[in-house]
Design a protein around this ligand. Structure first.
Ligand code: UDX
Length: 434
């Protein structure tokens, strides 16, 4: 199957490369010439995703994957064209900004040659497939095409595995010819045991928002339970473990922390709330999840202050973690960034380290010193604060940490350690919900 993917970001590049790795002939398109040259000539990929660089190089070498800025030629030669460009939230009301999707839809419309399936892979509001259809019909009334919805369920840092071994593929399609082609696209995954669900277009668009918003709500719930656990003297990790034993609840996404971040949960919850408002529907639980998460990130700075006798004024804080989660360089809506800014407002000086996200963080932070490793930020710091769940932060030499700190204080907002592990090393330990 000849596939084109427009957009070489977290979704487009992973999807295109994985489509090639399951046997399709794939052209990934981007309007950023430098990105494309780097991908074609140097095998340099524009994002941090474990395993992706090797997979790109392997599929390029085997002739199933190439990169171009020439959308027209790529679309004309393809049976299925995936739209995988950004849909950022509007800053004022959280509505998904579809200008990139619509721009690409126009360009695709002009380039269509022969029956073509146009796929919304980007997370788009319910009803967008109809808009894309209208745009293509307008720019090319002769075009023989169908627009389908095929939302992604990829977690950054685990995206390749989530694509190749995901729980399900969802395709929203209402055209038999398009349905046949989409079935052909995903046959290799079905053979690996991945379930492929065919449904109506708007249902597929809703499945994506409902899934992400539910996961965000599950996180918001356990984070609030953690706060109550601290007050009543319960252990939230054990509460979550026991809750997860109930298969109706499930063990995943019950790790209490500083709040959720990333390019999806904050964006998708706000977009769904906006869609609901537009349709006269009050999703009060979604709104509560959004508000609870925003407030949480700010309250975490107060938690650090409490560990330092109530004030951060003039204090130096060593920080481990800048990315919104471990295994990524992405700092979009990162709790770490929000918490650092809040601690700076409270008068703290920050020294931070992250294995992958320092360069990204520099675009969002000022007056932060950056360390070369997880121990350099401890030198003469008044406390060490863990903000991102990188594995290497869970196996620190706590005696070395203690020796470097001015005060033996560890604030662990990801519960990477047990209380005993830390206190037996002579450190005061503050964590979430315990
Ligand atoms: C998410 C969805 O998981 C994925 O299915 C969708 O396609 C895109 O959005 P992602 O944003 O990459 O993926 O990150 P995810 O792994 O879901 O984590 C989101 C946030 O929740 C991170 O800040 C993470 O630290 C936090 N989190 C996650 C917790 O605090 N506790 C958990 O138990 C899990």
């Amino acid at each position: 199957m000849k596939i084109a993917v427009v957009g070489t970001g977290y979704v487009g590049l992973v999807s295109g490369t994985c489509f090639a790795s399951i046997g399709h002939e794939v052209v990934c398109i981007d309007n950023n010439k430098d990105k494309i040259d780097n991908l074609n000539n140097r095998g340099v990929i524009p994002i941090y995703e474990p395993g992706l660089e090797d997979l790109v190089k392997q599929n390029v070498a085997e002739g199933r994957l190439e990169f171009t800025t020439d959308l027209k030629a790529a679309v004309a030669a393809s049976d299925v064209v995936f739209i995988a460009v950004g849909t950022p939230p509007r800053p004022d009301n959280g509505q998904a900004d579809l200008k990139y999707v619509y721009q690409v839809a126009e360009e695709i419309g002009e380039a269509i040659d022969g029956f073509t399936v146009v796929v919304d892979k980007s997370t788009v509001p319910i009803g967008t497939a109809e808009e894309v259809t209208a745009i293509i019909e307008k720019v090319n009334p002769e075009a023989d095409f169908a627009v389908v919805s095929n939302p992604e369920f990829l977690r950054e840092g685990f995206a390749i595995d989530d694509f190749l071994n995901g729980d399900r593929v969802v395709v929203g399609v209402e055209n038999s010819q398009a349905e046949e082609l989409m079935k052909e696209v995903y046959i290799p995954l079905e053979k690996r045991g991945v379930q492929v669900l065919m449904t109506r277009v708007k249902t597929a668009e809703m499945i994506k928002y409902a899934s992400n918003t539910f996961l965000a709500t599950k996180l918001g719930f356990i984070n609030e339970i953690a706060d109550l656990c601290e007050k009543v003297g319960a252990d939230v990790d054990q509460v979550a473990h026991a809750m997860g034993m109930d298969t109706r609840i499930g063990a995943k996404f019950l790790q209490a922390g500083p709040g959720f971040g990333g390019s999806c949960f904050p964006k998708d919850t706000m977009a769904l709330e906006y869609i609901a408002k537009e349709n006269g529907c009050d999703l009060s639980i979604v709104k509560a999840t959004i508000d609870s998460n925003v407030n949480r990130k700010l309250r975490m700075a107060e938690k650090v202050a409490e560990a330092l006798d109530g004030s951060l004024e003039g204090k130096t804080i060593g920080v481990l973690g800048l990315a919104f989660k471990g295994n990524t360089d992405d700092t979009r809506e990162s709790p770490a960034i929000a918490i650092i800014k809040e601690m700076q407002k409270m008068g703290a000086s920050i020294k931070a380290y992250d294995p992958a996200a320092i360069e990204e963080a520099k675009h969002e932070l000022t007056d932060v010193k950056y360390g070369s490793d997880e121990y350099s930020v401890c030198d003469n710091a008044d406390a060490l604060v863990i903000l991102t769940e990188w594995t290497q932060f869970a196996v620190l030499d706590l005696e070395l940490v203690k020796a470097k700190l001015n005060n033996p204080i560890l604030v662990d907002l990801r519960n990477l350690y047990s209380v005993a592990e830390v206190t037996t090393k002579g450190l005061k330990y503050y964590s979430i919900g315990r």
